[in-house]
Design a protein around this ligand. Structure first.
Ligand code: SAH
Length: 201
């Protein structure tokens, strides 16, 4: 499947034109190993090393859409892996701080972002469940690894008023995406699609 075919199939689940344009702009092949490049535009998850996977483009695009990003948003990306999701987020916002637990993946993600010519996203190695308090508050937070029972409280705390957070959360064995919004009155949590992600460690 080529990039045009992928975009056509994405249109069945994603309607935000800005998100579709971001998928069209970011070369996914730069974020996967050379041996997997011929699958870069298949709508499927791909291994990225360290036993981790980059989610399928439809899911990554849906998550971007649900964050309702605008050009001046500051974004935190937890579990940056290959950096692909961070790259898409960077096309839709002002700046993206990515955190990845695996040091090798974090370094590779930073290189891939540079190769893609993206200068408004950085990926650092660290434990993303603690967030990045020194850069908070964030207008949007994206989490790509499953937390157990609840969204990590530190991440909800680092959400700006008006901010949105999306994270996979496991409740008694079933995983769902959870969308959190912070308003002046507090946090509002909505349970969305069933999904499968690697665990947040
Ligand atoms: N968003 C990524 C795919 C992520 S897979 C992409 O676009 O490629 C989930 C990632 O979360 C893995 O790379 C894993 O190492 C990382 N991870 C797991 N627990 C983490 C934690 N506590 N802090 C930061 N990263 C974590």
């Amino acid at each position: 499947m080529g990039r045009q075919q992928l975009l056509a199939s994405l249109r069945t689940s994603v309607s935000d034109e800005r998100v579709l344009a971001a998928v069209a702009q970011v070369p996914r092949e730069l974020f996967v190993a050379p041996a997997l490049r011929r699958f870069a535009y298949a709508d499927r998850p791909l291994p990225i090393g360290g036993g981790q996977t980059i989610s399928q483009p439809t899911l990554v695009a849906r998550m971007c859409e649900m964050l309702e990003l605008s050009d001046d948003d500051l974004v935190l990306d937890v579990g940056s892996g290959s950096g692909y999701h961070a790259a898409l987020l960077s096309r839709l916002s002002r700046y993206v701080y990515g955190i990845e637990l695996d040091e090798e993946l974090a370094a590779q993600a930073a290189r891939s972002l540079e190769l893609a010519g993206i200068d408004n996203a950085t990926v650092v190695a660290g434990d993303g469940s603690a967030g990045l308090p020194e850069r908070a508050p964030f207008d949007a937070i994206n989490v790509a690894a499953t937390a157990h029972g609840e969204v990590p409280p530190a991440l909800e705390e680092q959400l700006a008023v008006g901010g949105r957070l999306i994270a996979p959360v496991a409740y008694e064995g079933t995983e769902h995406l959870v969308l959190v919004r912070r308003s002046r009155d507090g946090l509002q949590r909505t349970l969305l699609d069933a999904v499968r992600f690697v665990p947040l460690r």
